[in-house]
Design a protein around this ligand. Structure first.
Ligand code: PEP
Length: 253
């Protein structure tokens, strides 16, 4: 079975004290991970080492950075490289979140470079894609998402994409309380898998974990995750509430 993943995206929230308290509370809240399941915590850069240490020895639990820079090293004040993240034992890196694409003008080419740098450094990307409302209203979301995948991932080899993680996040559902319906999520996830299958073959496509993101909550995670092509979720708001995120972890297939 391909990996089922509950990934938290804390975004630019929480002080160190609040982050510690949230993680302590979550660790004290009953949640269970089977062999094929993972929980991933996308925490702000300054807390990565601290949260990683808190999770030491816990099975199938990992940390993620929320970004990295698209250059190897050098005079880029304020940026963080993939190599730096690897040197502190970060596991995953969230790339191409719609907030980064929109507010920081991240292009397909920049994201392709970030993916390359992560893979070169042994970091696992969680590659985000998803359409804005106008594209959904125009019913052109399939072509839009296919282009995002093509432009930033299709230079990779089949081997590099085996076991890869993609997060489909319709922008109109992020932080809005408006979740894609189970059918909308399944339809797009199946489309993403078919796009990857067309390019790389069925075995590669079947190995890719495709997470759904967009107002996943404790009360809707189970039904969304139950869709055959939904392999868990990338969760913003609800990942900031320990009890809710524990329920979301327990909702994985
Ligand atoms: C996200 O930030 O990736 C996200 C899906 O946020 P939310 O769960 O709050 O919609």
């Amino acid at each position: 079975m391909r990996k089922q993943i509950a990934a938290a995206n804390w975004k630019m929230n929480l002080t160190l004290q609040q982050a510690n308290a949230l993680m302590d509370e979550l660790l004290a809240t009953p949640h269970q991970l089977k062999d094929s399941q993972e929980a991933v915590f996308g925490v702000p850069f300054p807390y990565l080492i601290n949260i990683k240490n808190k999770l030491a020895g816990k099975k199938n639990v990992f940390v993620a950075a929320q970004n990295c820079y698209d250059k190897k090293a050098g005079a880029f004040t304020g940026e963080v490289s993939a190599e730096m993240l690897k040197s502190i034992d970060v596991d995953y890196v969230i790339l191409g979140h719609s907030e980064r694409r929109e507010y920081f003008n991240e292009s397909h080419a920049m994201l392709a470079e970030k993916v390359n740098l992560c893979l070169t450094n042994g970091l696992k990307p969680i590659f985000c894609c998803g359409e804005p409302l106008a594209i959904r209203d125009a019913a052109t979301q399939n072509a839009f998402v296919e282009n995002q995948l093509k432009e930033s991932l299709f230079h990779l080899s089949a081997q590099q994409l085996t076991g890869f993680v993609i997060a489909y996040e319709p922008i109109w559902a992020i932080g809005t309380g408006k979740t894609a319906s189970n059918e909308q999520a399944q339809q797009m996830h199946a489309h993403i898998r078919s796009v990857m299958a067309k390019q790389y073959g069925t075995a590669v496509a079947e190995s890719i974990s495709i997470l759904y993101g967009g107002s996943v909550k404790a009360n809707n995670a189970k039904e969304i995750f139950a869709q055959p092509d939904v392999d868990g979720g990338l969760v913003g708001g609800a990942s900031l509430v320990a009890a809710d995120f524990a329920v979301i972890i327990n909702s994985l297939k």
